[in-house]
Design a protein around this ligand. Structure first.
Ligand SMILES: NC(=O)c1ccc[n+]([C@@H]2O[C@H](COP(=O)([O-])OP(=O)(O)OC[C@H]3O[C@@H](n4cnc5c(N)ncnc54)[C@H](OP(=O)(O)O)[C@@H]3O)[C@@H](O)[C@H]2O)c1
Length: 285
């Protein structure tokens, strides 16, 4: 667990604490004696987390599409606790629809929240973490960031973009003593399906067998194998506070399965067409 100069537990800035994994993580950290800035779009949705925490939990509004609101939440974290040891981004939105059904406006909003929102968060904490010469940035993406899925390809693309952003960032900030973790949940029982089930406005019967099936699945109750949000939160805590936190942290056996299946499929394609690939080379001198 990160130490800090003014006593108490490490300081965590969390997004998406109104419900789901973010809420479970805020409660878990509170119960572990950590200091937390728990944020949500509507601050009233998160106040209850601070009950009985003796000032170790502060709350603030944070909207991922609004740079000023993110800056204000980061500043409030410093005012309350004097440092930021961990940023954990749990806030995110979804979109259900085939690639053809999803409009450019719908995709723009998705990327504004999930990708640019992550970029805004990183901007808000890096000056503090660089000055501290310590800190850890973890963003929840998805097993779908590793393998695009029909009906949620846009969502998966937004999560894959965050994966790539974090992979590059990890190398850039290592020399400042800052760590980075891509947290890839599998299926977790939260409010996400209800919210992510916001569908593309356009519906095309041509996609009933692909995106339509996903739409139906997302509108159904979670299956029994969906993981519990508090067990996901404990996984995040264990991963991020390990002596050497990983760059990639999968949450759930289904997440591991999907990522391994993807890696094997990529390897199989590379091997099958290796001859074609290696014949792409500089002009012979
Ligand atoms: N549950 C799963 O099966 C699953 C699987 C893979 C990945 N994930 C990822 O896990 C993370 C946590 O999701 P969850 O499952 O806990 O879902 P959740 O219960 O729906 O929580 C999502 C959180 O994101 C917040 N949010 C949405 N739009 C926002 C915005 N524009 N600005 C700031 N916050 C915003 C929501 O706040 P409001 O209450 O204000 O809407 C909510 O607190 C997400 O990144 C999600 O993509 C979840």
């Amino acid at each position: 667990m990160a130490e800090n100069g003014n006593g108490g537990g490490a300081v965590w800035l969390l997004t998406g604490c109104s419900t789901g994994i973010g809420r479970a993580l805020a409660e878990t950290l509170r119960d572990e004696g950590q200091r937390v800035m728990a944020t949500a779009r509507t601050v009233d949705d998160v106040r209850a987390v601070a009950d009985g925490a003796d000032g170790r939990i502060a709350v603030h509004a944070l909207e991922l599409t609004d740079e000023a609101s993110i800056g204000a939440a980061a500043a409030a974290t410093l005012d309350a606790f004097g440092r930021i040891d961990y940023l954990v981004g749990c806030g995110s939105t979804g979109l259900v629809g085939s690639v053809e059904e999803c409009s450019v406006d719908e995709m723009q909003h998705l990327f504004d929240v999930n990708v640019l929102g992550t970029h805004r968060l990183i901007h808000a904490v890096l000056p503090t973490m660089r000055a501290q010469r310590s800190g850890h940035i973890a963003i929840l993406t998805s097993k779908g960031a590793f393998q695009g899925q029909p009906g949620v390809a846009g969502y998966c693309a937004s999560k894959a973009a965050v994966n790539a952003l974090l992979e590059g960032l990890a190398i850039e900030v290592a020399e400042f003593g800052i760590g980075v973790t891509i947290v890839a949940p599998g299926l977790v029982r939260t409010n996400f399906h209800a919210k992510a089930s916001r569908s593309s406005e356009k519906r095309m019967p041509e996609y009933d067998a692909s995106a339509g099936v996903t739409r139906e699945y997302i509108n159904s109750p979670y299956p029994p194998e969906a993981a519990d949000a508090h067990s996901a939160a404990r996984g995040i805590l264990r991963g991020l506070t390990a002596p050497e936190p990983p760059l990639n942290l999968a949450l759930g056996a289904d997440a591991i399965d999907m990522i391994r299946t993807k890696m094997a499929a990529v390897e199989a394609d590379l091997a099958r067409f290796e001859q074609v690939s290696v014949e792409v080379r500089p002009v012979a001198g």
